[in-house]
Design a protein around this ligand. Structure first.
Ligand code: ZN
Length: 258
């Protein structure tokens, strides 16, 4: 079994067949956490999680690239997070240098505060801003007692080490077929690895289309494909797939208390 710790079944790409996709995922023993990126997708993530007895959870937050479209309302997100036991994290939140915005850091810190207040882990998004994020986290790690995951990790080993030293987990998805993060995957403790799809984005190369030159492109990603991420990690570490499946599932259970 696997846990896809970062999926977006709450996004439009799944409007036509959301329940079908979730049902076939659960049937194969794959669980998922649907992650919000603004109030509406956060609310929908909670609604979806509530529909299923087990195997589907939610995270709520305002993503750094959406702070231009929505004013972050701390109390509103707090209320949403408290409305359901299925909310297991605050995320995704963080810093994104591709979408610079003077409010980004302030809103990121508010999310850290919310996570602390509700005693939830954070799902961190970081694009081209590891230096700033590590600095922010180092300053705040004591105040906020941060626990969580740096999702979609593509940084260097030197950056990975600093996150790991702070007790954080690293999440890997289909992007590992494009970016070389083998050094980090090999050197880090298995106890801190999480697997995810970030679906509908970042489709890993699929066996039926073995010669597709690059990951992604045309096929919509979905939680079931998380096994290809686990497989790749097993290859890189030179261990059986089972070991990765078991460890990453345990890690997800430990961090998100699921
Ligand atoms: Zn995402």
């Amino acid at each position: 079994m696997f846990v896809d710790t970062h999926s977006h079944l709450n996004f439009k790409a799944f409007d036509q067949d959301r329940d079908e996709v979730i049902k076939r995922t659960l049937k194969q023993g794959v669980f998922m956490i649907n992650v919000g990126s603004d109030y509406e997708t956060s609310r929908l993530a909670v609604e979806i999680a509530e529909k299923y007895e087990k195997g589907v959870w939610a995270a709520v937050a305002l993503h750094p690239i959406h702070i231009k479209d929505e004013k972050f309302d701390y109390e509103k997100y707090k209320k949403l997070a408290m409305s359901s036991k299925k909310v297991v994290a605050i995320g995704e939140t963080g810093l994104d240098a591709m979408y610079p915005n003077p409010e980004q850091e302030k809103i990121f810190l508010e999310h850290l505060k919310l996570a602390k207040e509700l005693d939830l882990p954070v799902i961190l998004h970081c694009r081209k801003a590891h230096k700033e994020m590590i600095q922010d986290l180092k300053l705040k790690v004591q105040d906020f007692q941060i626990r969580g995951v740096v999702h979609c990790f593509t940084g260097r080993w030197s950056e990975a080490k600093q996150y790991l030293d702070m007790g954080l987990y690293l999440g890997f998805n289909g992007i590992i077929f494009k970016f070389d993060v083998a050094e980090t995957i090999k050197k880090m403790s298995l106890e801190r690895i999480l697997i995810e799809t970030d679906c509908p984005y970042l489709t890993p190369p699929l066996p039926a289309e073995g010669h597709r030159a690059k990951a992604g492109a045309d096929v919509r990603n979905e939680p079931l494909f998380v096994k290809y991420i686990a497989q790749r990690i097993a290859e890189i570490r030179g261990v059986p797939l089972d070991e990765i499946a078991q460890a990453t599932t345990q890690n997800a259970k430990r961090l998100f208390k699921i």
